[in-house]
Design a protein around this ligand. Sequence first.
Ligand SMILES: NC(=O)c1ccc[n+]([C@@H]2O[C@H](COP(=O)([O-])OP(=O)(O)OC[C@H]3O[C@@H](n4cnc5c(N)ncnc54)[C@H](OP(=O)(O)O)[C@@H]3O)[C@@H](O)[C@H]2O)c1
Length: 304
Amino acid sequence: MCDQVFKLNNGKTIPAIGLGSWKSKPSEVYDAVITAIKSGYRHIDTAFVYGNEKEVGQAIKDCGVPRSELFITTKLWNTSHRPELVKPAFETSLANLQLDYLDLYLMHWPVSFQPSDVKQPRDADGHILLDDTDFTVTYAAMEELVGERLGSVGVSNFSIENFEKLSKTQKIPPAVNQIEVHPFLPQFELVKYCQDHNVLVTAYSPLGSSDSPLMKDQIIIEIAKKNNATPAQILISWGIKRGYAVIPKSVTPSRIISNLHHVKLDDQDLTTINKLIEGKEPHRLGDPYYSWQVDVFGLHKNDL
Ligand SMILES: NC(=O)c1ccc[n+]([C@@H]2O[C@H](COP(=O)([O-])OP(=O)(O)OC[C@H]3O[C@@H](n4cnc5c(N)ncnc54)[C@H](OP(=O)(O)O)[C@@H]3O)[C@@H](O)[C@H]2O)c1
């Protein structure tokens, strides 16, 4: 059991390690969530777009641990950004999850698609159908949900630029920014910005996602040996040592269980891992620019 929690800017707490569920098939995710909760996880991360909220919810219902002890996050998808669609989308997720309330509702991306039953609506040429709803308007509708049925509101895949823009209209500061972070994309500047502005980072793809080269990195392997831990435990511990929540995904029982046991890295290990990226280009696993032609992270200003 990992008892460590981080405090959010509204006084609530979030368990430091959560179970991720992207690409966890509906047939696998029920067992994964049951295994996780039985082995001590109290934080589960899902999203409408993962298509597995129903199975996650059934596992939460069947797990035998009171709802009040669990922290459940799901996310608003891009096709529901128009303000009038936000509450119905939230209600659909609650119904899928069979829950009366959510602990955290995140705007999945600062990108709005046209309303659609398909997750990525496209025209005949295959271009994504973008909508002109601004994310500040979507966020304002999300703020309205905070209360009995929603503990905290937050964002995901937000850059510093987006935070600066949102700060001009927000009534409730986002509690969380869920972003890709691992030693090949350490996000030093964005993590510091979030910490300075009291927004808790939650690291997605903390292990480097599927077929991760990080697990085979010689330095990570050496630090793992030194700490009598697995490479995955080192990657998770690095995030916690940096002061943010981490949501490794697995559907493999032995990995789910071992990922919960983080180690206390010393400062030398922290510095060594921080330096892994020195002299290399950051390696971002997920950039929707290539499929949506939207420059979410401001990395393609010269290409557009
Ligand atoms: N907000 C967003 O836009 C966003 C984007 C991406 C992800 N996320 C969230 O973040 C979660 C984590 O990210 P992720 O799924 O991309 O990647 P990840 O957690 O970094 O890596 C998952 C991969 O690592 C494997 N794995 C897990 N534990 C392991 C271990 N101890 N040893 C070796 N391999 C291990 C898993 O395989 P098995 O499952 O086969 O064990 C899976 O292939 C997601 O599931 C999702 O909840 C959010």
